[in-house]
Design a protein around this ligand. Structure first.
Ligand code: FRU
Length: 452
């Protein structure tokens, strides 16, 4: 038996459940100094099933403490994904004390348990008046009857200009809906929208444009991170783009952003769907929390996703290089070996055909000739004429997350292949590329403030 959190495949700076299966992040919300992370959870097994809302809290989005389960299956179904809001104006009337109620909006997945056989998927509410320690399901549930078979994953936001709650909901196929409500209890359909090739876990929010906060765009994002940008007036979302991808890795799914963060940051977490954790008491991990921004890029306005700055509190040793010309086909840069890394790299192509960085045995290749970025067995096309590249690599025991081109071309990857090495290997083919800058940082474990 291993000591808890020291198991060999336990991620050391990514959230995992203490035991059992985990999938989507749910109910991401900040309330009175605490971040809440609820999650799709099977408390009694390492495979998907018995969907329950697990619950963890944090004051820094880095160190999490798992607490009592928030929502248990009932006769209406098991507890599928949803969101959380702070009901500042007590619109739903749940508030009993001086502080606003914390409200969960979730899907009761009828028919997924013997107790709910024959029942439909409906949208329901639960609330807390003790800061999220305990939740009471609303006696008037459901607040939204079935609109389409297996409709699910309500994500609710407060829309200040219209003084209404807006819900993004997954219907079926590639269909989603937007609805509005004055009180979280009565909902009116605003529109249906179709996102080709997308399903599940919609998110809907406004982002200001970097450098020009008078300009903003609304983002409608699906579970796989693909999104539309457009305008929203409280009644209708008018998309102005085709679908845009945000992650090219194999393990990025069920994205959700936090509600009510006081400093205005839009912070997202996703499930790293499909990782393997052989012999572990838990199954699956979350991606590292990231801040979203909206920026002008050569391809137009894009959502940029970068690791939250709080990661700096885990930084331990660092090694830095500036202006290294890659004249030989291979160079080796010595570092302290660690299985937990945060690496920043800036490169200029220098007419090379290809540059590969191998960190902890994991290759990341900038295929300049084909204008592609290749991470493990995934690849993304880069914008035409890309001749400088910025990369950020977060490496944990079972994952590699790559953020590139300002966080517009990212890869979330689970892997069991990472092995700490006392060097970084840089390989190139042709030309004389320039390593303008590289900072290699080892990270502390969130469970043990010692080096890995
Ligand atoms: C996405 C999803 C959601 C659903 C939940 C069930 O991964 O399928 O659509 O609510 O997981 O666990």
């Amino acid at each position: 038996m291993y000591t808890e959190f020291a198991e060999p495949y336990r991620p050391q700076f990514h959230f995992t459940a203490r035991k059992g299966w985990l999938n989507d992040p749910n109910g991401l919300v900040y309330y009175q100094g605490t971040y809440h992370l609820f999650f799709q959870h099977n408390p009694s097994g390492n495979e998907w099933g018995n969907m329950t809302w697990g619950h963890a809290i944090s004051t820094d989005l880095i160190h999490w403490e798992q607490t009592a389960h928030a929502l248990l299956p009932d006769s209406m179904g098991t507890m599928f994904s949803g969101s959380a809001v702070v009901d500042w104006h007590n619109t739903a009337g749940f508030q009993t004390g001086k502080s606003p109620a914390l409200v969960l909006i979730y899907t009761a997945a009828g028919g997924t348990s013997p107790e709910s056989e024959g029942k439909p998927f409906t949208q329901c509410l639960a609330y807390s008046n003790d800061g999220g320690k305990t939740f009471t399901k609303f006696t008037g549930n459901p607040v939204l009857p079935e609109l389409a078979p297996e409709n699910r994953d309500p994500k609710v936001i407060w829309h200040e200009p219209s003084q209404k709650w807006i819900m993004a909901l997954y219907l079926q196929g590639e269909e989603f809906a937007l609805l509005s409500s004055p009180n979280l209890k009565e909902w009116t359909m605003l529109q249906r929208l179709s996102l080709p090739g997308c399903m599940e876990c919609p998110d809907f929010f406004e982002l200001p444009l970097k450098g020009n906060p008078d300009i903003s765009r609304w983002v409608f994002m699906a579970a796989n991170g693909q999104y539309l940008l457009g305008e929203f007036d409280g009644h209708f979302f008018k998309a102005e783009t085709a679908l845009i991808s945000s992650d090219w890795g194999k393990n990025f799914y069920a994205t959700q952003t936090f509600s009510d963060i006081p400093d205005g940051r839009r912070i997202q977490m996703a499930w790293m769907r499909g990782g393997e954790y052989p012999g572990m008491p838990f199954n699956q991990q979350m991606g590292f929390p990231c801040e979203l921004g909206l920026e002008e890029t050569p391809e137009g306005i894009r959502v940029c996703r970068r690791p939250i700055q709080e990661i700096e509190t885990l930084w331990d040793q660092s090694f830095e290089w500036n202006t290294v010309l890659l004249e030989q086909d291979e160079i080796v840069l010595p570092v302290s070996p660690s299985s937990l890394l945060d690496v920043e790299i800036q490169l200029e192509s220098g007419n090379a055909d290809m540059i590969t960085m191998v960190v902890n045995k994991l290759p990341v290749t900038w295929n300049i000739r084909d204008n592609q970025l290749e991470v493990l067995d995934c690849s993304a096309s880069l914008p035409p004429h890309t001749n400088t590249l910025d990369l950020r690599l977060l490496i944990d025991r079972t994952s590699l997350e790559v953020f590139s081109l300002g966080g517009t071309h990212n890869f979330s990857c689970c892997t069991l292949e990472a092995i700490p090495e006392p060097f970084i290997l840089l390989k190139k083919r042709g030309g004389t590329p320039l390593l303008s800058r590289m900072i290699f940082r080892t990270l502390q474990s969130i469970y043990n403030p010692k080096k890995e």
